[in-house]
Design a protein around this ligand. Structure first.
Ligand SMILES: [Fe+2]
Ligand SMILES: [Fe+2]
Length: 368
């Protein structure tokens, strides 16, 4: 004999009906248990899992309807079929409202009996299966979302790590620019925040600050570290660095905006800069910001051939160069945010690079 079609609890105070139903359902492949009243049925339900319950309504003690109400408090799935006499139609309706799957009229039609129980048990099975499926689906979606978030987090830190590594690669080669990239990034973010730029713009500017001189990787070390004035040829090779940077970063689609900023950070507001001689608002805003932050750090850093300027001397250069070398709006933002810098106020960094925030600060501290 194959596996049973399900386990059924038959509840009726009439022994002959219990036995008749059991005989028929057992014949048709069910395992059956018997209870003579609702109380007994409830205690059996507490012990054993049933696929279906076939119950009389009018029984001494607890009625079939009340039993169903109690069952539904703890088990919303078990298939319930009630058996009513003809005058009991109101009970049948009530039972259906309480979640009975079907009802049978007495006297029982035995073929209908099996058919009805089959249907009820199958319906219950589908409901449970569907709920399982939904639950699995939810946990699958949860799991996938978590995996994606983790992957995004990994990608983000990989991305930030790569930017940092690139900047460090340059600084390893150009000994006089130790920490320059991080300081330019910091100063640019300070200005960008003062100008209330959006968070994505600030992120791009921060990255551009780190990468603005990356093209110097392609300039000879002997030129970068030359302790005196550069000759014309050498100067031309240094001036290549913004275009070289754009070429290095070109394969990274996510850096479209950053590349424009990097490429044009040596343009002058009056059009006299390089590489393209752009002027005014034709120069990307981020590049105009970088130009000021870059110049400030260069002027106040020690070079082999000169001592660093004091901040006051540097500020005078910006006042003089406002509207010619530099965008006056950016100079003003820079000068106004200078107080924050002097007060040692930390710059609120773009959200995604919290790991780097700390490192970005270090060169600043080591500078003196
Ligand atoms: Fe540069
Ligand atoms: Fe620079």
């Amino acid at each position: 004999m194959g596996e049973a079609k399900g386990r059924i609890l038959i509840v009726d105070d009439e022994p002959s009906i219990r036995e008749l139903v059991k005989l028929k359902l057992t014949d048709d492949g069910y395992e059956c248990d018997l209870a003579e009243d609702a109380e007994r049925a409830l205690s059996m339900l507490a012990q054993t899992a049933y696929d279906g319950i076939l119950s009389d309504v009018n029984m001494p003690g607890i009625s079939g309807i009340e039993m169903l109400r109690r069952i539904r408090l703890t088990d919303e799935d078990v298939a319930v079929v009630i058996m009513t006499g003809a005058p009991d139609l109101a009970s049948a309706v009530e039972a259906m409202k309480l979640g009975a799957h079907d009802h049978l009229s007495k006297p029982l039609n035995l073929d209908m009996l099996t058919l009805t129980v089959d249907r009820a048990v199958e319906k219950k099975r589908l409901i449970v299966q569907n709920r399982e499926y939904q639950r699995n689906l939810e946990s699958m979606v949860h799991e996938r979302t978590k995996q994606l978030n983790d992957a995004n987090g990994n990608l983000r830190s990989l991305f930030i790590g790569s930017i940092k590594a690139l900047a460090q690669a340059l600084e390893a080669k150009d000994e006089y620019t130790q920490g320059h990239s991080a300081r330019v990034a910091e100063e640019s973010v300070r200005i960008a925040r003062y100008l209330s730029l959006s968070e994505p713009e600030i992120r791009s500017i921060w990255i551009a600050g780190f990468l603005h001189d990356i093209g110097k990787i392609g300039v000879k070390e002997s030129v970068l570290n030359k302790p005196g004035k550069l000759d014309a040829m050498e100067w031309e090779s240094v001036k290549e660095h913004p275009v070289l940077a754009a070429r290095i970063l070109d394969p990274i689609d996510e850096l479209r905006d950053v590349i424009k900023m990097v490429k044009h950070h040596h343009e002058r507001f009056d059009g006299g800069g390089y590489p393209d001689g752009l002027s005014g608002s034709a120069i990307p805003l981020g590049a105009r910001i970088l130009a000021v932050a870059d110049a400030y750090d260069a002027l106040t850093s020690k070079r082999p051939y000169r001592e660093p300027m004091t901040p006051e001397q540097a500020i005078q250069i910006f006042k003089d160069g406002s509207g010619t070398q530099f965008d006056p709006v950016i100079v003003e933002a820079f000068l106004n945010s200078t107080q924050q810098r002097e007060a040692g106020e930390p710059v609120p960094y773009p959200v995604f690079e919290s790991t780097l925030m700390h490192d970005a600060k270090q060169p600043h501290l080591q500078r003196e």
